[in-house]
Design a protein around this ligand. Sequence first.
Ligand SMILES: Cc1cc2nc3c(=O)[nH]c(=O)nc-3n(C[C@H](O)[C@H](O)[C@H](O)COP(=O)(O)O)c2cc1C
Length: 209
Amino acid sequence: MPSFMSRRTVQGAGLALPPPQRDAAFPLARCIAERRSVRGFRDRQIGEGALGQLLWAAQGITGTGGERAVPSAGALYPLELHVLCARVGAIAPGVYRYRPDRHELVLVSPGDHRDALGRAALAQDWIATAAAVVCVAAVFERTTVKYGNRGRGYVYMEAGLAAESLMLQAVARGLATTMVGAFDDDNVARVLHLAAEETPLCLVPVGWP
Ligand SMILES: Cc1cc2nc3c(=O)[nH]c(=O)nc-3n(C[C@H](O)[C@H](O)[C@H](O)COP(=O)(O)O)c2cc1C
């Protein structure tokens, strides 16, 4: 087995993603015009750079003070991105957590769990054709500790912002996505090994249209 493969399967070790492109020229209006929900993808892998770019667009660090790619109420950053990688470059299939501060993935659980995730999404079996599935999850307390119950709405708004940014960035890379909100929270949390304080808010399967 080549050394990069073993490096990419070490549990708990950070897996650096290629640096995000901050100046790629692709018209935003075209991304908006061409974005469409796609439910079923070609049997083709996506690149590590492409996945990294999508995660950066959703939650990457863009400011010198740790500010991120999408707004956050009170800069409290309640969102956590989890990624089910199935066919992503040399990355071994598994569930990973995205670390924005290091722009890296951390392996949480090895294996290809797309079928289980599709079942958890109320039998949306087409999810199993995705090269990767990003889950936007949240720790509500990070925001409600300051804003009380109103903060719960802020967290949902932020999940929408992150998902839209990711989906528009996908279009710029020739990739397709769908926003998925129909799922059983507990089952998704189990498949993706979410922490007890995390709630899954949406899934975004990604692949080649
Ligand atoms: C909050 C939310 C939840 C959604 N959940 C699902 C879903 O579970 N499954 C699905 O196939 N599409 C889902 N969609 C996608 C919509 O069906 C889709 O956006 C709509 O049909 C319009 O098509 P378009 O995205 O191609 O413009 C969801 C969209 C939103 C905004």
